[in-house]
Design a binder for this molecule. Structure first.
Ligand code: IPM
Ligand code: MG
Length: 361
């Protein structure tokens, strides 16, 4: 049966980087005979403008019918001051939760060609290959109550709630252990169990799940230490599993170890294997529409889509190799540019990846 892919370009640089990724998709469909049905939809600020809400019912319905979703990015200053409940980011959280995408995989892998693009010393980052498993539909991002209220003395008070149930912790821990069993068999669970009860429970549940995986080495680390260790000696990590908010923060940190946040893809998976694929970076409104954005994180997200939702590991490998090839050829967008390299725009980078794909085998 032909698989259905829903494409949500979103806001800011989203449409540009997704357009490059669609060039890769078109090539695979036209030249490699991959059968896919592509649909487009609105999510984020563009949906607010067109439909008054960041996640229109139509988008969620289409998403539920799709085998996988490719997303650009959402948000921008234009929508930063509108009513909170209809801000673009709420649309993103809504689709993650509406589809049950609880497992967010964020691989921080350094392409050897970019070892000198990191702000850290080459010997610290070369060979880096970490998989961050971020819980995506729970924790403080979704906990109730939340809001900003007025106190009796007239000042306002903002509040959010960090909550995790045992089943939420258990299922994300299992994802991490399963992934680790196909890698170096080490899991580092990141929490703040010395201060926060919700993550004290997190630690206890992860420890219990580990009993089902006797060949996996489990370590626990407080989040502050984990941030420090990621900069001090990132290669000590194999799989890291953590809460929604800690994962948000640590994955941005880890991205800079690989040279640029413009390089990191992600997969958000539901328990039935369906998923949404997006770069971990934001919509970068400051460079939108200027042919400056790096499309590689989105193209690598497409690779993850083939690998995890379509079971097409070979196509995924080919996309990864094509990205590696353009880097070997010395092509760089501005964010990863270095002396002696050829600085190219968003469009040119997309074309180069397609060219590299077409010259394979
Ligand atoms: C991410 C982003 C989102 C998040 C924002 C845009 C809501 O930072 O995917 O990491 O915080 O999850
Ligand atoms: Mg983030």
């Amino acid at each position: 049966m032909t698989k259905k892919i829903l494409i949500l370009p979103g806001d800011g640089i989203g449409p540009e980087i997704v357009a490059q990724t669609e060039k890769v998709l078109a090539f695979l469909i036209d030249q490699r005979g991959i059968k896919l049905e592509l649909e487009h939809g609105l999510l984020g600020g563009c949906a607010v403008d067109a439909a008054g809400v960041p996640l229109p019912d139509e988008t969620l319905a289409k998403a539920k019918e799709s085998d996988a979703i490719l997303l650009g990015s959402v948000g921008g200053p234009k929508w930063d001051t509108i009513e909170r409940s209809i801000r673009p980011e709420r649309g993103l959280l809504g689709i993650r939760s509406g589809l049950g995408l609880f497992a967010n995989l964020r691989p921080a892998v350094l392409f050897p060609q970019l070892a000198n693009a990191s702000t850290l010393r080459e010997d610290v980052v070369s060979g880096l290959d970490i998989m961050i498993v971020r819980e995506l539909t729970g924790g403080i991002y979704f906990g109730q109550p939340r809001g900003i209220k007025e106190l009796e003395d007239g000042q306002r008070q903002g509040f959010n709630t960090l909550v995790y149930s045992e089943s939420e912790i258990e299922r994300i821990a299992r994802v991490a252990f399963e992934i680790a069993s196909k890698r170096q068999k080490r899991v580092c669970s990141v929490d703040k169990a010395n201060v926060l009860e919700a993550t004290e429970l997190w630690r206890e549940v992860v420890t219990n799940v580990a009993k089902d995986y006797p060949d996996i080495e489990l370590e626990h680390m407080y989040v502050d230490n984990a941030a420090m260790q990621l900069v001090r000696n990132p290669k000590q990590f194999d799989v890291m599993v953590t809460t929604n908010m800690f994962g948000d923060i640590l994955s941005d940190l880890a991205s800079m170890l690989t040279g640029s946040i413009g390089m990191l893809p992600s997969a958000s998976l539901a328990s039935d294997g369906s998923g949404m694929y997006e770069p971990i970076h934001g919509s970068a409104p400051d460079i939108a529409g200027q042919n400056l954005a790096n499309p590689l994180a989105t193209i690598l997200s497409l690779s993850m889509l083939f690998r995890y939702s379509l079971d097409e590991a070979q196509i995924a490998d080919q996309i990864d190799q094509a990205v590696s090839q353009v880097l070997t050829d010395g092509l760089r967008t501005k964010d990863i540019n270095a002396e002696g390299m050829t600085c190219v725009g968003t469009n040119e980078m997309g074309d180069a990846v397609v060219k590299a794909l077409s010259s394979q085998r």
